[in-house]
Design a protein around this ligand. Structure first.
Ligand code: SAM
Length: 281
């Protein structure tokens, strides 16, 4: 059952917080010359046409990335993402495409870095292959990302980032991300893991956080951006990231960025943000 297609949501507020964190973490890894391995457990198609039928259906990017492009008051971590996205546009000045996590990582990768991207959906996998075909450092796997990632860890350089971005259509994904984090921690305690979660039910996220606190994995940061007040079961009102072993600069960058984003990306009353230590080091 793979019905989720990210093209309906590309560039929305959830992509913004997820990709601000992704860019920040990868740029931090680039501070050292030693290569890193990026593992994307749920890669998607890699790039999305913002003029196609899917993107236009709800035009979610209009209340996400489109509100940020062209502003000159962006906090530095947001500005880094926006500049990267501008650099991916085929035409000057316009917002025609939105790069997914694989192409964002590829844009930041150096010759010594490598990407491993997992995607199960046949057509999304095909599109991802087409977007990355020319790059020798990017490896696309049509395989379950939770399983595939474990076989790739730890990387030989012991430096890397795992992005975990399921659609959570299967409710088991909430439990699976916790088990997966425990498994990665056992194999690659010096790596970084970033897990995205949707805010559809506050009770579900409270349960996820409780499970993470009990998971015996140290050093977890939680960051959340809500574009309107919680509406138990009535659509996604926000989303968040759980980061294991975050770059030491991440919390401060998000404390600066998220109040700005909660204001600029708000779609109703009650927009809010959080940056907290979920489990200390
Ligand atoms: N990470 C992407 C980004 O930020 O641009 C978006 C990914 S999208 C939210 C989730 C993707 O995971 C979908 O394309 C879906 O087909 C794929 N998927 C679902 N279950 C999977 C699994 N077990 N392993 C790998 N891919 C999976």
């Amino acid at each position: 059952m793979l019905s989720y297609l990210h093209g309906f949501h590309a560039g929305n507020h959830a992509d913004v917080i997820k990709h601000v964190v992704l860019v920040h973490l990868l740029e931090h890894l680039c501070r050292k010359t030693k290569g890193w391995r990026y593992v994307d457990t749920h890669a998607g198609a890699g790039r999305y046409d913002l003029h196609d039928e899917r993107a236009l259906k709800k035009a979610e990017h209009a209340d996400g990335i489109a509100r940020l492009i062209g502003r000159d008051d962006l906090p530095p971590a947001v500005s880094r993402l926006v500049e990267l996205i501008r650099g991916q546009q085929p035409g000057a000045g316009a917002l025609d495409v939105y790069p997914g996590s694989p192409l964002i990582a590829l844009a930041l990768a150096r010759p010594q870095d490598e990407l491993h991207l997992h995607e199960l959906h046949p057509r999304e996998h095909e599109a991802l292959m087409a977007h990355l075909a020319a790059d020798a450092n990017a490896h696309v796997h049509r395989q379950d990302g939770f399983r595939g990632a474990l076989g790739l860890l730890p990387p030989p350089t012991r430096r890397g980032l795992v992005l975990v971005d399921p659609s959570y259509e299967r409710k088991q994904d909430y439990e699976q991300v916790v088990r997966f984090l425990q498994q990665v921690h056992r194999r690659f305690a010096t790596g970084t893991v970033a897990i995205w979660y949707p805010l559809v039910s506050r009770a579900r996220i409270d349960a996820l956080c409780a499970a993470l606190r009990a998971a015996d994995v140290p050093d977890l940061l939680r960051a959340e951006l809500c574009v309107r007040a919680d509406a138990e079961g009535f659509g996604m009102t926000g989303s968040g990231m759980i980061v294991f072993r975050p770059a030491f600069t991440l919390a401060a960058a998000l404390e600066e960025s998220l109040p700005f984003l909660a204001n600029v990306l708000a779609t109703g009353p009650g927009s809010a943000w959080t940056v907290e230590t979920l489990v200390p080091e």
